[in-house]
Design a binder for this molecule. Structure first.
Ligand code: SD4
Length: 292
C-alpha cells in the first residue's frame, strides 16, 4: 500500500526517517507527522524551530505550530506559545477540541502546562548570544531583522489513505512580541484533505498569508492538477503579483503531496526538502527558485 511523507528543509531528515518507519509499519498519518515535527523541535541547533529557536525582539522564544487531520479536517493551532517543548503536540491535542482549538499567548501556554505537556525554558545560551549580537547589529547597521527561513512543515500519507499535515516554528528572528506568522494559520501555512492531498509552507509569513498558498495548492490538486502543477500554478503567478504590487516578494517555499504519494515543490529561494515514499527511500532534495 502507498505511504509517503514530504517535509521542509534538510533538518527534517531524521524526523522523516522516523515518520517513514511508522508509516511503513502501518502507523497513522497523525502519529507520523507529529513524531517528525517533534524530532526537529527537540534538536537545539535548529534556529527557527522549537528548543534553541531564535527569540523575538524581547529575547523571548514564542512559537507557532499547527496540526491538521486530513480525514476529519480537524485542526489545532497554537501561536506565541512559550516554554513548551513540543508545540506541535499541543496543537494536535487542540485539534480534538470542537471549540477553542486555536490558542495564542498565555492561553496557549497555560493549556500546555495544565494538560501535562513538557514545559522548559526554550531559550538556549547559544540563541541568547545570537539575539544579543543581532540587537547590536541592528542598532549599528540598521539591518532588516528578518533572517532566512526554516520552519518545519510536513505532510504524511498513511497506508490506510489517511493524511495529516503539521508545522512548527519560532517564527521570524527578532519578530515583534506577539507577532504570528503563517505557520499556525489554516490555508496559509498548511492544509490537508485526505481525499486530495496536503501542502505546507515555510518563509515570510506575511507574504504567504496574502495568497493562502497551502489551501490554493490543495484546491488545485482537487481540480485534477498534479502536486507539481498545483505548486507551480499557485506559487509563481502569486510571486509575480507581489512583485507587481510591492516591487518584491518575500522568500518562501511550498511543498505538497497528494493522496497517491506524488509530490511537488515551488520556491523563490534555494530550498532543501525531504521526501520518502514506499517507492522511494528518503531523499534530501534541493529546489531552485522557479521562473519570475
Ligand atoms: C513565519 N513562516 O513565522 C514563518 C517563518 C519561517 O523560519 O519560515 N521561519 O512567518
Amino acid at each position: 500500500m502507498t505511504w509517503g511523507t514530504i517535509a521542509t528543509w534538510r533538518m527534517a531528515a531524521k524526523g522523516v526517517d522516523k515518520a517513514s518507519q511508522l508509516l511503513e509499519n502501518n502507523g497513522t498519518a497523525g502519529d507520523a507527522v507529529e513524531e517528525l515535527i517533534k524530532e526537529v523541535e527537540a534538536y537545539p541547533f535548529y534556529k527557527s524551530v522549537g528548543y534553541g529557536g531564535l527569540p523575538n525582539e524581547e529575547g523571548v522564544v514564542q512559537m507557532d505550530a499547527a496540526f491538521m487531520d486530513g480525514d476529519t479536517l480537524a485542526q489545532g493551532s497554537v501561536a506565541a506559545i512559550e516554554n513548551t517543548l513540543h508545540a506541535v503536540s499541543v496543537a494536535r491535542a487542540l485539534s480534538h477540541e470542537h471549540y477553542n482549538s486555536f490558542r495564542v499567548g498565555e492561553g496557549a501556554t497555560k493549556y500546555a502546562s495544565l494538560h501535562g505537556f513538557e514545559m522548559t525554558n526554550m531559550l538556549t545560551d547559544r540563541a541568547k548570544a545570537r539575539w544579543k549580537k543581532r540587537l547590536k547589529e541592528i542598532e549599528q547597521e540598521h539591518l532588516n531583522p528578518y533572517n532566512g527561513h526554516d520552519t518545519v512543515g510536513a505532510v504524511t500519507l498513511a497506508q490506510s489513505g489517511s493524511m495529516a499535515a503539521a508545522t512548527s516554528t519560532s517564527g521570524l528572528f527578532m519578530k515583534k512580541q506577539g507577532r504570528i506568522g503563517d505557520s499556525p494559520l489554516s490555508g496559509s501555512g498548511f492544509y490537508v484533505d485526505s481525499e486530495i492531498g496536503g501542502a505546507t509552507a515555510t518563509g515570510l509569513g506575511e507574504d504567504i498569508m496574502k495568497g493562502c498558498l497551502s489551501y490554493e495548492i490543495v484546491r488545485r490538486m482537487g481540480e485534477g492538477e498534479t502536486p507539481q502543477e498545483a505548486c507551480d500554478h499557485a506559487v509563481y503567478p502569486f510571486i509575480q503579483k507581489l512583485q507587481k504590487r510591492y516591487g518584491k516578494a518575500g522568500e518562501f517555499s511550498l511543498i505538497a503531496m497528494n493522496k497517491n504519494g506524488e509530490w511537488g515543490v515551488a520556491t523563490n529561494v534555494e530550498f532543501t526538502f525531504c521526501v520518502a515514499t514506499d517507492r522511494q527511500p528518503q531523499q534530501i532534495l534541493m529546489a531552485n527558485p522557479g521562473p519570475d
